[in-house]
Design a protein around this ligand. Structure first.
Ligand SMILES: CC(=O)Nc1cnc2ccccc2c1
Length: 445
């Protein structure tokens, strides 16, 4: 049966306060659970943040790309037990296709690289800012969508790619006023874990599962981690060996344990020497416990965190040299990061670094009476063609117009009055100096 209007009005979650009980019910005006609206003020902050993402991407000579938010589910079916693949926002469309709202962007990037195949020359440096989704059980009450800035390099096998991506992250933080005493970037390599598993002759097929489990260090207790590792079939020596190596915080100690000439150590040393040359050495530190939670990473991995507070991950990424072969084609070395829109804003709030983003309009054009609405249109139109932002206001009292001018921080008020217009003039009021004068309408700019 069709829900009665009252049922409609009261449906939805408790946080959506239903409109007062009118005869015909109002739909639930809140967005779906876990999603956000962006009214003008929030949208100005989001645009400011995204413009900074874009500016850094431009300065690094990355090209912008984009993809559908809707993707085939097949792109995200992975067996490593990652949280992200256990919370797919998936469904069957009307054509019976298994589709998802994408939980991340890297697989779409890889899909496009494969699709473009031989027609693109490597290396590719691509970026995008896109909405990602997850379907969490109501319990957690966490957000089900966020926007991510992704920067990825395809076809650059050496550590230069990681060095470039870390510079992009540091440039972004510096643009926002965040310093290396606010935020650090922890880095390591999954080849460290690979070397440890080899030491204990752990079969290769367990590698990604072990990575996903070890990534929970800091979220789960050490006992829980050990239990999960044992349950994948690791010997307790291997488990102890892993935990011991992952607690290392110095490259030299790592070299002692793994032996010299290990690829992981060479890569990381190279990256640290690059960091000196780029000038971001004081932002980064080696931390063997960094593995990141995505199954496809194969090499260096990194994440930025706030040095105070609960050490939240602000962004993270790494090398994924073998993702394309999981889609059935030959591998292209790749490296990238994702930078979410939520934690960074929390951090900026805590640091008092949120910018003042009030509205800023150049001109208000206001006809002083109805018969001047036509002339006011031509005045507004010619100013707009000259690139001015113009708010054309009518049917208001002058008192309201002055208040409105203040609210939107207009620079000028252009009054179109009968006597002036008959002489081909308009009255201009500069709102900052209160200066007022007449100008020939045709000469206004
Ligand atoms: C802090 C936050 O909103 N995180 C968040 C929110 N939505 C997501 C959706 C997909 C993947 C990761 C996500 C992460």
């Amino acid at each position: 049966c069709v829900a009665s209007p009252t049922a409609l009005a009261t449906s939805g979650d408790s946080s959506s306060s239903p409109a007062p009980m009118a005869q015909s019910a109002v739909v639930d005006v809140n967005p779906p659970r876990g999603t956000r609206d962006f009214p003008p003020e929030e949208m100005r902050l989001r645009s400011w943040l995204f413009d900074n993402f874009r500016e850094v991407s431009r300065s690094m000579a990355f090209e912008e790309v984009d993809f559908p938010v809707l993707e085939s589910e097949a792109l995200f079916i992975r067996k490593a037990g990652e949280e992200i693949t256990q919370q797919l926002y998936n469904f069957e469309d009307k054509g019976g296709r298994r589709v998802v709202l994408r939980p991340e962007i890297t697989p779409s990037l890889a899909r496009l690289v494969i699709k473009q195949g031989k027609s693109v020359s490597l290396p590719l440096k691509w970026f995008t800012i896109g909405q990602c989704w997850r379907y969490e059980r109501m319990t957690r009450g966490r957000r089900r969508e966020h926007y991510q800035w992704n920067m990825d390099i395809f076809g650059m096998p050496k550590v230069r790619a990681e060095a470039e991506l870390i510079q992009a992250i540091v440039l972004l933080f510096e643009r926002l006023g965040i310093t290396s005493s606010d935020v650090g970037i922890r880095l390591s390599s999954r080849k460290v874990l690979q070397a440890v598993l080899d030491m204990y002759s752990v079969p290769q097929h367990l590698f990604t599962q072990v990575c996903v489990i070890v990534d929970k260090l800091g979220k789960l207790s050490r006992e829980e981690i050990e239990k999960e590792l044992i349950s994948t079939g690791l010997s307790s020596e291997a488990v102890q060996g892993i935990i011991e190596v992952l607690s290392l915080k110095s490259l030299d100690k790592l070299e002692e344990v793994l032996g010299s000439g290990v690829e992981a150590v060479a890569d990381l040393k190279k990256l640290f020497s690059f960091a000196e040359q780029y000038g971001y050495a004081d932002w980064i530190c080696f931390d063997a416990s960094v593995v990141r939670g995505l199954a496809y990473y194969t090499g260096i991995v990194f994440e930025a965190f706030d040095r105070e507070g609960e050490l939240r991950a602000i962004c993270g990424g790494g090398r994924y040299d073998r993702l394309l072969s999981t889609f059935g084609t030959e591998d292209v070395p790749a490296c990238g990061f994702g930078f979410g829109d939520a934690v960074i804003v929390e951090l900026l709030k805590e640091k008092g670094l949120l910018p003042d983003l009030s509205r800023q309009i150049d001109d208000i054009v206001f006809p002083l009476d109805e018969e001047l609405e036509g002339p006011a249109s031509s005045v507004a139109s010619s100013l707009r063609k000259k690139g001015r932002s113009v708010d054309l206001v009518e049917d208001k009292r002058l008192k309201w117009v002055f208040k409105h001018a203040e609210r939107i921080n207009a620079s000028r008020l252009i009054l179109v009055g009968k006597s002036e217009w008959e002489r081909g003039m308009v009255r201009v009021k500069i709102l900052s100096t209160r200066e007022e004068f007449e100008v020939k309408a045709g000469e206004l700019q």
